[in-house]
Design a protein around this ligand. Structure first.
Ligand code: ATP
Ligand code: MG
Length: 316
């Protein structure tokens, strides 16, 4: 389990290296992250696309299958929206509101209109609101404008958006793009919420953990205008474990990729972590544990953990 402190230390390293690189497809680490996010995020919805197929979709203009279209829409939306987030980071501003939320949903291929019909979230043990959707969203917006760099609140905000479920469809993808928009606006890279069956179950469980703490609010304001003060107070007091951990774990992976990418550009050489550790007097056996706890900045290349001698000791 990676703790928050180690993520903040990584943030400091990125800042010292000149800040988060711009999320553009010419940057090889960003391209990798954007493609992996796309593949995983549409997999949550059940669309599988291979790396090779996605590459073809992004490069060509051949007619697309449904899955390819979902991938294309997701990739295009994420790239554009994260570019905007990056400008927030550069300007130290945070542009966010209902127009952006609607545009994300629309750009993903959905209506971008708030639903006027009742909806059930498959498997969830509460009902999302079916009136005053915009009022609920304004409370969500207010909440995230005050999150600072608190990962517990960031997790709560994602669950709250999903619980409002403002659109007829595309809520999961819209919400995951908003989550990364917030992170990038604060100078963090994106997190990939993994979409394979096991990971998806854990993601859903993480949302259920948060549902339990807030669902009575939806009950209380059922068909009524939601009261901002009371709801914000509740949101500020939410504590959960699973989703904050998924976010921290995802950040560890992405941040390490970005950090190592920056070093590689400066000419650093990738070497196996076990070898690098032995050189500084650690047993190579400890490497797995150290990586798991986030004590080593490393990336997996062809199933092997790699790092560079320039950063192997940074967090030890
Ligand atoms: N118990 C729950 N509480 C809150 N939100 C949930 C719960 N279970 C699932 N969700 C959210 O609902 C999303 C699915 O909603 P919807 O079909 O509108 O979105 P989508 O983008 O089309 O799907 P997907 O996220 O699967 O790609 C899930 O991805 C998840 O974010
Ligand atoms: Mg759907």
């Amino acid at each position: 389990m990676v703790n928050e402190e180690l993520i903040k230390k990584r943030k400091k390293i990125i800042d010292e290296l000149g800040g988060l690189p711009e999320p553009k497809i010419q940057n090889k680490e960003w391209l990798y992250l954007l493609k992996e996010e796309t593949r995983n995020s549409i997999l949550v919805e059940g669309y599988f696309i291979s790396e090779k197929e996605l590459k073809e979709v992004l490069s060509g203009n051949k007619p697309m299958t449904r899955t390819e279209e979902e991938a294309f829409n997701y990739f295009r939306t994420a790239s554009f929206i994260y570019g905007l987030a990056y400008e927030n980071y550069k300007q130290n501003e945070f542009m966010f509101g209902i127009p952006l939320i609607r545009q994300i949903n629309k750009s993903l291929g959905y209506k971008g209109e708030f639903r006027k019909v009742k909806i059930k979230i498959a498997g969830a043990k509460f009902n999302p609101p079916d009136t005053y959707i915009e009022d609920w969203l304004r409370i969500f917006i207010k909440f995230i404008k005050n999150i600072k760099e608190n990962f517990n609140k960031l997790a709560a905000s994602h669950a709250f958006f999903e619980e409002i479920h403002p659109f007829e469809d595309g809520n999961g993808r819209t919400g995951r793009i908003i989550l990364n928009y917030i992170l990038i606006s604060k100078g963090y890279p994106l997190v990939i919420i993994k979409g394979d069956d096991k990971s998806k179950q854990l993601y859903y469980k993480s949302l259920e953990e948060l549902d339990l703490q807030i669902k009575d609010i939806f009950e209380k304001f059922k068909s009524k205008k939601p009261e901002e003060k009371e709801i914000l107070k509740r949101l500020n007091n939410i504590h959960s474990k699973i989703l904050p951990n998924l976010i921290l774990e995802g950040l560890r992976e992405s941040m390490d990729r970005i950090i190592i990418g920056i070093y590689q550009e400066k000419g650093a050489k990738l070497e196996p972590v076990s070898k690098l550790l032995e050189e500084i007097g650690y047993s190579s056996k400890s490497s797995r544990q150290l990586i798991k706890r986030g004590k080593i900045i490393a990336i997996k290349v062809k199933n092997k953990w790699m790092s560079t001698k320039e950063i192997i000791q940074k967090l030890l």
